[in-house]
Write a protein that binds this ligand. Sequence first.
Ligand code: ZN
Ligand code: MN
Length: 487
Amino acid sequence: MTYIPVVGLEIHVQVKTKSKMFCRCSSVYFGKQPNENVCPVCMGLPGALPVPNKLAFEKAVKLALALNCQINQETKFDRKHYFYPDLPKGYQISQYDQPIGEEGFVEIEIEGDTRRIRVQRVHLEEDTGKSLHGDNDPSGPDETYLDYNKSGVPLLEIVTYPDFESVEEVIAFAKRLRQIVRYVDLSDAEMQKGQMRFELNISVKPDNLPSGELPNYKVEVKNIGSISVLEKVLTFEVQRQSELLKKGEEIKSQTRGLKGMTGETLFQRSKETADDYRYFPEPDIPPLHISDEMISELKSQMPLLPSERKQKYVDLGLEFEQADIFIEDNIRGNWFDSLLEKLEDKSLAKEYAKWIVGEISGQLEKRGESIDSSKVTPEDLIYIVRLVKENQISGTIAKDVINKIFESEEKKSAEQIIQNENLIQISDSSAVEEFVKKVISENPKLVADLSKNPNVIKALVGQVMKLSKGKVNPKIAEEELRKSLNL
Ligand code: ZN
Ligand code: MN
């Protein structure tokens, strides 16, 4: 019996804003002293009144639109009650029955096929503070310190339906969602800074169970802060649960924690019933209305989203892998787009992509530079590729020119370098003939070997190239050699 995974995801993304969700404190907490950015609102002091952050709200609506959600034009905030030391009010302001968006979807590509993952809901809420246990403190491991800088930072929560049936699908979705979040500028989604966190609901079912039928238990794993750990946890849980079921054991619904970064999980607590958070409408914030005007304004600001952008590149003839590089790395993608805009004839798009992903990226990596601040411009690459295509320079010289652009102290264009250094290939046949004559007279041994081994012609071409410092087109050199030697 084989078992297949059934997975649903909950994702929390920190929304990029200057101030917190319900107060004017700075939402930047990275590298700050503990409790530097706090006030009565985010400390949960009695009588302090929350005021929603307009930018966070607009960004949330924009993301909900990008995830193809239906927008609840009448929306509100609710209190979600639970006690935790880093939640000073004893409740979190979140959204319950009228989230900003519902019933959306995200499309992912798995081996060339498109799959649709349904999004159940998208809502706004606030982040909690942070507990620091023992180890930072010389007085021993018995104390816990609370830092409320993160308390009240805007969070967007996205919940999917349990539509994933393989590890690959979950990972493809996580990456696509991260791209979308970045494209609409909701967040930088830097995972190592905790700006995007995953929660898994995972169970496995026999592969002969009809699709859509769910197992009678689920295992929850919280606080996964990287896509590689997410992948490891999934792989671990699928195997662990499949083995238990194969042995005929029953799996109870439970919450499990991470054991380091290995993907292994540990039992934390069983989950007999759903948590009861005693939600009720937040009395301090009036319901909010999302107008038609706001929706159309946000739609008009919507950039080309990753799947549409990928289609655009594939239609231009790029390989899937090339397209993926430009989609994932927005800076390189934007550079490529600005090059495409300068082209009248886009039939060579794939050729340009090859140079960007290959030689130029290699140079950037070597120098630790980013393409948007490097010396090479789209005009340079357009010029170089045109000369290569017209056989005016060889691929080797093209690479050399790119290297020279990077090395030039004062920015020199490809055209300047090629003209100044006289790098255009010699295609004038009388000039080529001169080189050929010289090579034939200086290499009698090679010429004699030709009758035994026709491949020796390549060596002679090599000699012509060497003599001309790479400026003769090898094809023309070979033609001239064959002509002169009556081959
Ligand atoms: Zn505050
Ligand atoms: Mn949440």
